[in-house]
Design a binder for this molecule. Structure first.
Ligand code: HEC
Length: 126
């Protein structure tokens, strides 16, 4: 093909403006009702997000919890949580990356950021 136009779609660059601000907004809107403002959850209903292996551990698993929801019954500090976690696949890659980065760097957590590109990859690998 001669002269085929390459659409220069500017990769929306992860803005340097603190992603934690966006993440906090997403968290407040979508996660807080269940996991509470400080990530402490609700005993026997919604697990805490404080230093759990899910939050700090494997990033693909964590991204999948949001994309697919989760209903395996997690056990955290000897409490089993049997309620299902709904899927948030309708959120954008950027929103999911922002909220997970927020969670991984708040509630006493300290872990690397999650990027929209990672979310996209996990989403497309189904
Ligand atoms: C309707 C209530 C509800 C909402 C809203 C909700 N969750 Fe959950 N979440 C749960 C439940 C219940 C579980 C445990 C699921 C299980 O045991 O299989 C869970 C599990 C998790 C886990 C893994 C276990 C842990 O505690 O580390 C993470 C991480 C998580 N949620 C993050 C989020 C994030 C981020 C949001 C917002 C985008 C969110 N949740 C919104 C109820 C909710």
């Amino acid at each position: 093909m001669v002269g085929a136009q390459t659409p220069v779609k500017k990769a929306t660059k992860p803005s340097q403006a603190s992603p934690t601000i966006n993440g906090k907004a997403v968290y407040t809107q979508y996660c807080m009702p269940c996991h509470q403002i400080d990530g402490s959850g609700v005993m026997n209903m919604n697990p805490p997000l404080i230093k759990t292996t899910y939050v700090l551990g494997d990033q693909t698993r964590l991204i999948n919890i949001l994309l697919k929801g989760y209903n395996k019954g997690v056990v955290i500090d000897e409490d089993e949580y049997t309620n299902p976690m709904p899927s948030f696949s309708y959120l954008s890659d950027t929103q999911i990356a922002a909220v997970l980065t927020y969670v991984r760097n708040n509630f006493q957590n300290k872990a690397s950021a999650i990027t929209a590109a990672q979310v996209k990859k996990v989403r497309s690998s189904k």
